[in-house]
Design a protein around this ligand. Structure first.
Ligand code: UTP
Length: 289
């Protein structure tokens, strides 16, 4: 029996430079896909996977996310007064239970590994999930829930993976594959952002992780890697050999909402999946293109 995953870390302290000027004041994770900010999709996916405790590693723009997950008394009072029940439900449904959502601050954006390390006190020796909200995954069941099911089979560290074109390997953490059954891939190593010619495979790690707390033994050293940043991939790579490491080819479609194209595509795909918008969105797209 593996220890269940009840805690999740949401690193949201990056600068989002690829999305300027939108992210000058507003954090990237508050960008909306149809009518919900990315961070809310991420928290809902984690709730569906059985996560009970949530920590956001924030930087600038923190108050916006704190406010988003808080009560909005004035707004709620007006919606109640006007009998707008559906809208009220949408506003109230947002947050985890009181006391189950925490915030810690990464004072300088030194890399994803450093952001996760900033949550170490909250993790306190338990296995945990990491969810990057800018990787939005359209799936049912959600990607993290699929990963939790895989974790119950094999334990250890698990990352979500997908095949990318070889010319893109230098954007991702890449698996060095030991065995591959088409769904679960056992890795014998990991490389962060390898050049296409040096990449051991084209299986890339995307923004969902289930990790054992031993990863902090390596993050504690604050070693920098690709781009001069403290990389989560490097710390995970050091656990391979001590702890089983698997990639899960999840079912679903990923949108890299940290890029303009991914963000626009996600809006179209999520709108097209909704009963209230499906018909109109097709019509509008036909007219425009
Ligand atoms: P990205 O690599 O997308 O970086 O981070 P970024 O700064 O957000 O965006 P660009 O590249 O400047 O456009 C992946 C995830 O890791 C978090 C980000 O918030 C995002 O969720 N992150 C990254 C941190 O929390 N801290 C960091 O130091 C770096």
């Amino acid at each position: 029996m593996v220890q269940p995953i009840r805690k999740a870390v949401f690193p949201v302290a990056g600068l989002g430079t690829r999305f300027l000027p939108a992210t000058k004041v507003m954090p990237k994770e508050m960008l909306t896909i149809v009518d919900k900010p990315l961070i809310q999709y991420a928290v809902e996916e984690a709730m569906e996977a059985g996560i009970e405790e949530f920590v956001l590693v924030t930087g600038r723009g923190k108050h916006l996310m704190e406010d988003h997950f808080d009560h909005a008394y004035e707004l709620e009072a007006i919606l109640t007064e006007r009998g707008k029940e559906a809208e009220l439900e949408a506003v109230e449904r947002v947050a985890p239970d009181p006391g189950k959502l925490s915030y810690t601050r990464q004072r300088r954006p030194l890399g994803l590994g450093h952001a996760v390390w900033c949550a170490r006190q909250f993790i306190a020796g338990d296995p945990f999930a990491v969810v990057l909200p800018d990787d939005l995954i359209q799936a049912g069941p959600g990607c993290l829930k699929q990963m939790v099911a895989a974790y119950e089979e094999v334990g250890g560290n698990i990352v979500a993976v997908e095949d990318v074109p070889r010319e893109q390997t230098d954007r991702y953490g890449i698996l060095d594959v030991a065995d591959d059954d088409g769904r679960l891939v056992r890795a014998k190593g990991l490389v962060e952002k390898p050049k296409p010619a040096d990449a051991p495979s084209t299986l890339s790690i995307i923004g969902r992780y289930i990790l054992q707390p031993e990863v902090f033994e390596h993050l504690d050293k604050h070693e920098t890697g690709a781009g001069g940043e403290i990389q989560l991939t490097d710390a995970m790579a050091k656990t391979v050999g001590d702890i089983p490491f698997h990639g899960l080819r999840f079912e679903g479609r990923r949108f890299d909402c940290g890029t303009k194209l991914g963000f626009v595509a996600a809006n179209v795909a999520f709108a097209a999946a909704r009963d209230d918008l499906r018909g109109d969105i097709r019509e509008v797209l036909r007219e425009i293109i």
